[in-house]
Design a protein around this ligand. Structure first.
Ligand code: FAD
Length: 479
């Protein structure tokens, strides 16, 4: 789709008839916040005056019906649409790299209904996670989806990217929180998926949308699971001589049915440089932070005691529980200014997921490949942790930073891409799936064919059937 053919004045006039003039942005200054999401390259390119996100217009609908009308109009006019939640994605998914319309969904931000009997709630897609959680907390409730990007990330963006939060080991990833969806198809029909996700009424349509990064449809609302705020939290912190022992302790905790709300195992680099800073205590060894929570204090104590026994039996040395509480209190601080990385650094995360049989090899293969891809002069720092655990495996979150990258954007991009290629390919060769919770976007699109093999053709055929005019997020997800 060639956006040079778009008549922006006519486009914005037509869109204004749908959403109102005040909700259509075309001025350069108004479009600037949409020049990049939080992918390092998108930020660096925008700073260099070569933004990869170039919307012709930003549209801010406030109702699902307006979304329907915008999508129908875009189909007639042949203009691409990219949904935008909080723009906090780190893979480049929300960038309008082919111009057209950015659909900023934050005007759909109502909580439509809360059912205290089933503990479920219908929330619109543009609701920001932190606001949603604060409103629920005031009623003694919680959404239990706590991404570090909670200040920006929306419910719809979390669904789009198949996101996760720090409590995922007990409460699940976003796909476990969602019962059903209201979404607009790429040709402009408003669809409601079946009310509950555990059924045998055919395939699970809700799950097809989750993780589709806007390419299969635009989520306008979700029915999500709520929980009561926990009555008790118990923390434990253990140092291990070897990461392998920490992984084995985690495996035993998960396969025996214990469910820590938090279980984060930091390798020796992440313990020494990242966790130690948060808890203001030197931590030279791989270190695990655990938190158990729940409604019944005696059960919380018992579950924590069993897990702590497992850690000790695997050589874990118990550190003061207060360190865990400190981590909890400061868990978001280091993701935001003044601590968040800034240009001219290069930064990013390779977060991949694997079963227990492969996870240790995935850790070694990925971290070794990343180190090998960076010439010594760039002073790579690489801090890795395993922070989301499943009953069958875990993920690794390898956070790399080059304090001062090359001045030249193309050279910096080449270095960045070489690191991601080395780390991603090594992880997949060692048995990992290419991402755990950040999604695919532009960054990982080149690896989707390798990830899916013949299955990629199935994903492409679904896309063609749903979106015959190629309106929604063309070129994204490697489709
Ligand atoms: C400091 C920092 C910390 C982070 N921590 C975490 C973390 O702990 N856990 C985690 O999972 N992620 C984390 N992320 C990544 C990011 O916040 C998540 O990917 C988040 O889910 C994106 O939400 P968003 O609303 O900002 O979506 P956006 O970035 O705006 O969009 C993400 C994708 O979803 C699509 N999309 C947005 N809204 C909709 C909709 N309504 N319907 C269909 N598609 C839609 C977009 O087109 C895009 O493809 C972090 C990012 C940063 C910068």
């Amino acid at each position: 789709m060639d956006t040079r053919l778009i008549d922006v004045a006519a486009l914005s006039l037509s869109l204004a008839q749908i959403v109102g003039r005040e909700n259509v942005l075309t001025a350069a200054e108004a479009l600037r916040p949409y020049a990049s999401d939080q992918w390092w390259y998108a930020i660096a390119a925008a700073a260099a005056g070569r933004a990869i996100s170039n919307p012709d217009v930003v549209v801010k609908p406030t109702t699902p019906e307006q979304v329907v009308e915008v999508v129908k109009y875009a189909n007639q006019a042949g203009v691409p649409i990219t949904p935008w939640g909080g723009g906090s994605g780190v893979q480049g998914a929300a960038n309008a790299d082919r111009g057209g319309i950015i659909l900023d969904l934050r005007g759909l931000n109502r909580v439509r209904e809360t059912d205290r009997q089933s503990l479920v709630c219908v929330v619109e897609a543009g609701k920001v996670c932190r606001e949603f959680e604060a409103e629920l907390n005031a009623q003694g409730l919680s959404f239990t989806h706590y991404p570090a990007s909670t200040e920006w990330a929306t419910i719809g963006g979390s669904i789009g990217a198949r996101g996760s939060g720090v409590l995922s080991t007990k409460y699940g990833k976003i796909e476990d929180h969602v019962l059903s969806l209201e979404f607009v198809t790429p040709t402009g029909e408003l669809v409601h998926t079946p009310a509950v996700p555990r059924h045998a009424a055919g395939p699970e349509l809700t799950q097809l949308l989750i993780g589709s990064e806007g390419a299969y449809g635009i989520v306008t609302a979700a029915t999500v699971k709520l929980r009561a705020l926990p009555k008790k939290r118990v923390f434990g912190v253990f140092a291990f001589k070897d990461l392998k022992d920490g992984i084995e302790a985690g495996r035993q905790i998960m396969v025996t049915g214990l469910r820590p709300a938090v279980m984060r195992l930091y390798d020796q680099h992440a313990a020494a440089h990242s966790l130690a800073r948060a808890v203001e205590t030197p931590l030279p060894d791989p270190t695990k932070v655990l938190m158990f929570d729940g409604e019944y204090p005696d059960l919380v104590d018992l579950e924590a005691a069993k897990a702590f026994e497992i850690c000790r039996a695997n050589g874990g040395q118990e550190l003061p529980a207060r360190l865990g509480e400190l981590w909890w209190e400061r868990r978001y601080v280091f993701y935001y200014p003044p601590y968040a990385p800034e240009l001219p650094s290069i930064w990013g995360t390779i977060d991949v997921v694997a079963d227990f049989k492969h996870i240790e090899n995935v850790y070694h293969a990925t971290t070794q490949a990343i180190r090998a891809a960076v010439p010594e002069k760039w002073n790579l720092s690489l801090n890795t942790h395993l922070s989301h655990w499943y009953e069958w495996g875990s993920m690794i979150y390898a956070r790399m930073k080059i304090p001062t990258g090359p001045d030249n954007l193309d050279e910096a991009k080449a270095l960045h891409d070489a690191i991601f290629k080395a780390g991603t390919e090594a992880a997949m060769a060692a048995g990992a799936v290419l991402n755990d919770h950040h999604g695919v976007g532009l960054r990982l699109a080149p690896y989707m064919q390798q990830q899916y093999g013949a299955g990629m053709d199935t994903l492409r055929r679904i896309k063609r059937a749903l979106d015959p005019n190629g309106i929604l997020c063309p070129g994204k997800l490697g489709l």
